[in-house]
Design a protein around this ligand. Structure first.
Ligand code: AMP
Ligand code: FE
Ligand code: FE
Ligand code: ZN
Length: 280
């Protein structure tokens, strides 16, 4: 069982990288990818745990990008984390996340929602990638909502009046940089209804820019979305993947609930050209 999309406390998951890897092994996975948002900061800890638990590890990240102004999550596998241009742009994304969250908190507080930056900072400062889920965590801790999902549905979704953008890369530029860094770019959950799905044309444009894979099986894809993604994978010769997008207790997604075929993993490995290999 191969699960190629998970998050740890380094971004907006709730397990440490080591805990996540241990749980992946317990869940019967043979291979897990750690794909925290915009960072490789969990790789070393995850690698140690993977060796200890006898599970293969794909080191990756999920990059926050935009295509024609629309938010696109781009999974990047096996890239060189020392590639200067990619790393410096990701540092810019990370740097802009705190002022952006502060701006969202200020808008919410002005409107009478019971939230302060200090309350959010307790959650946002644990890892390296502060995000909206940490505002949600503060709201849950204060008893304002029962779960992260509720905070997103009410106030934190992309169309909310409290939504503030952070700096992000153009998706096509991110695709180019990930390839230059020897990695394999795969578009995450392209047709997730709540995020505002990409068009098939956008997927074609990204494939033309060098994108190599498409997440087909994902909780946020219904049957029609999965069929469209699989058709595009065939049409564009993209590597089809499936993943849980596990976030610990932050989402209901369970490790291994969607999986990737050994053939697709082999294609990802064959396409990677950096010194970062799948750890076995
Ligand atoms: P950000 O990177 O700060 O824009 O936040 C995006 C993150 O919010 C995504 O990576 C998801 O993990 C999380 N997210 C989005 N929608 C929801 C939801 N409905 N419930 C829980 N988490 C969500
Ligand atoms: Fe997330
Ligand atoms: Fe995502
Ligand atoms: Zn994700």
């Amino acid at each position: 069982m191969i699960d190629l999309h998970t998050h740890s406390l380094v971004s907006d998951g709730t397990d440490t990288p080591a805990e996540l890897v241990a749980k992946a092994a317990q869940a019967g996975l043979t291979t897990v990818a750690l794909t925290d948002h915009d960072t490789a900061a969990g790789w070393v800890e995850a690698a140690e745990a993977a060796q200890q638990h006898g599970i293969a590890l794909v080191r990756g990240a999920e990059l926050s990008t935009k295509h024609h102004g629309q938010s696109v999550h781009l999974l990047a596998y096996l890239y060189d984390p020392e590639h200067e241009e990619l790393t410096s742009l990701l540092a810019r994304v990370l740097d802009d996340r705190t002022p952006r969250l502060k701006a969202m908190v200020a808008l919410m507080a002005e409107d009478g929602i019971d939230i302060t930056w200090d309350a959010v900072a307790e959650f946002a400062e644990v890892g390296t990638t502060p995000g909206r889920p940490h505002i949600a965590d503060a709201l849950v801790a204060r008893g304002v909502v029962g779960h992260r999902n509720e905070a997103f549905d009410r106030w934190l979704h992309n169309g909310s009046p409290y939504y503030v953008k952070h700096f992000s890369l153009e998706t096509a530029e991110a695709v180019r940089l990930v390839r230059e860094a020897g990695g394999v770019p795969v578009v995450a959950h392209p047709f997730a209804a709540k995020r505002g799905p990409l068009s098939a044309e956008a997927v074609r444009e990204l494939a033309a820019a060098g994108m190599l894979g498409i997440e087909v099986d994902h909780r946020d894809h219904d049957d029609a979305a999965r069929a469209l993604a699989a058709d595009l994978a065939a049409e564009l010769d993209l590597i089809p993947t499936g993943s849980s997008d596990y976030h610990g207790t932050g989402k209901h997604n369970l490790l291994g609930e969607n999986t990737t075929s050994p053939e697709s993993l082999a294609r990802i490995e064959a396409a990677a050209t950096s010194k970062i290999t799948v750890l076995r």
